[in-house]
Design a protein around this ligand. Structure first.
Ligand code: CUA
Length: 339
C-alpha cells in the first residue's frame, strides 16, 4: 500500500472520529448521575460509545477512500476484476469484533454485579404502582406512606415494587436503574443515591389514559434531614388533630400532583379544582361532605364536567385507613369553605 493512501485513510478516519466524538460529547444525551449505579451505567455507555466511534471512523475512512480512489470512469461499463476470499482480512475482521463484544460483555457483567450488591444498613422502601400514581412506604418506620420518594444520601436503598393493576415501570433518569412492576410478581431494584436534589419519578410503561400523568418526585436528602422527616411524618400521620392528619393524607397520597387546593399550596391542573368543591357538590346535587367522600372512594360515581373518567385512581378507598379517609374528607371540606 502506498504511503499516500495510508495518510489519506488516517486523515479521513481522524475527521470522521472527531465529528462523531463532538456529537457524543457536546450534546447533552444523559442526565447528570445522582446514584452510584447511574455513574457505573454511564461508564458502560461511554465505553461502548468509544468503541463505536473507533469502528465508525475506521469504516468511514475505508468507505470514503474507496468511493473516491476506485470509482469507475463515467464511460466504463465493464465488470471489475473477480475477487475471491482474503483469509488474512477475514481473520482480522472476525477477531476485532469478537474482542470488542467480549470486552463489552465483561464490563457490563461487572457493572451489573456491582449495581446489585447491597451495602450494609440497607433502607427498605416499598413502591406501589397503580393507575396512575406512585406511592412509597417505609416498612421499617411503621409503614409510613408518602407520595414522594424521600431517600437519604449515600445509603444503600432496596426498592421492592408491586402493582395494584397493570404493568408499570419505575424510572428515575438520574438514578439510572429502571424496573417494571408486574401483576403477581414482586420485583426489586437497588439504588445508592449520591447527590442531593429533586428528581422526577417517571412511569415508562404505557399503562392507560393517565400514563403521562403518572409521575412523582424523588428527593435525596442529607441523612439527618431524612431521619427528621421520617420522625415528623410518623407524628403527623398518627396525629389526633384532624387538620394535621388530613393535610398529611393529602400530601402523602399525591393529591397535589393533579388538584389545586390553596390551603395546601397545591396547584395541580389535571383534576378538578378542590377550592371549588362546594360549587361542585351543588352541581352534583349532594351534601358537601358526602360528595367529597364519594369522590375519593368511588371517583366514577360523579365525574366533573370537562374531565375524563378513570384518571383519578379508584383505590384510595382501600389504600386509606378509615381514620385517614375521615381526616382527609374533613380537611378538604374545611379548606374549601375557607377558599
Ligand atoms: Cu404507569 Cu405508565
Amino acid at each position: 500500500m502506498r504511503r499516500g493512501s495510508v495518510l489519506s485513510l488516517v486523515a479521513i478516519g481522524i475527521v470522521a472520529g472527531a465529528i462523531a466524538t463532538a456529537v457524543a460529547v457536546f450534546l447533552p444525551w444523559l442526565p447528570t448521575p445522582a446514584s452510584r449505579e447511574a455513574g457505573r451505567i454511564d461508564f458502560v455507555i461511554w465505553f461502548v460509545i468509544g468503541i463505536a466511534i473507533f469502528v465508525f471512523a475506521l469504516v468511514t475512512a475505508v468507505l470514503l477512500y474507496s468511493i473516491v480512489r476506485f470509482r469507475a470512469a463515467p464511460d466504463d461499463e465493464s465488470d471489475g476484476p473477480p475477487v475471491h476470499g482474503h483469509t488474512k482480512l477475514e481473520i482480522i475482521w472476525t477477531i476485532i469484533p469478537t474482542v470488542l463484544v467480549t470486552a463489552i460483555g465483561i464490563v457490563s457483567a461487572v457493572v451489573l454485579a456491582q449495581n446489585d450488591a447491597q451495602g450494609s444498613n440497607v433502607l427498605h422502601v416499598n413502591v406501589t404502582a397503580q393507575q396512575f400514581a406512585w406511592s412509597f412506604s417505609y416498612p421499617d418506620s411503621g409503614d409510613l406512606t408518602s407520595a414522594t420518594l424521600r431517600l437519604p444520601k449515600d445509603r444503600s436503598v432496596l426498592l421492592t415494587l408491586h402493582t395494584k393493576d397493570v404493568i408499570h415501570s419505575f424510572w428515575v433518569p438520574e438514578f439510572g436503574q429502571k424496573q417494571d412492576t408486574v401483576p403477581g410478581l414482586t420485583t426489586t431494584i437497588h439504588i445508592t443515591p449520591d447527590r442531593l436534589g429533586t428528581f422526577p419519578v417517571i412511569c415508562t410503561e404505557l399503562c392507560g389514559l393517565g400514563h403521562a400523568l403518572m409521575r412523582s418526585t424523588a428527593i435525596v436528602m442529607e441523612p439527618a434531614a431524612f431521619d427528621k422527616w421520617l420522625a415528623s411524618q410518623t407524628k403527623a400521620t398518627s396525629s389526633s388533630n384532624p387538620a394535621t392528619a388530613g393535610q398529611a393524607a393529602f400530601t402523602n397520597n399525591g393529591c397535589a400532583a393533579c388538584h389545586t387546593l390553596t390551603a395546601a399550596g397545591a396547584t395541580g391542573k389535571a383534576g378538578p379544582d378542590l377550592d371549588k368543591l362546594a360549587q361542585e357538590a351543588q352541581q352534583a346535587g349532594q351534601p358537601l361532605e358526602a360528595f367529597v367522600k364519594q369522590s375519593i372512594v368511588d371517583p366514577s360515581a360523579y365525574v366533573a364536567p370537562g374531565y375524563p373518567d378513570h384518571v383519578m385512581p379508584a383505590t384510595f378507598g382501600s389504600a386509606l385507613t378509615p381514620q385517614q379517609l375521615d381526616a382527609l374528607v374533613s380537611y378538604l371540606v374545611s379548606s374549601s369553605k375557607k377558599g
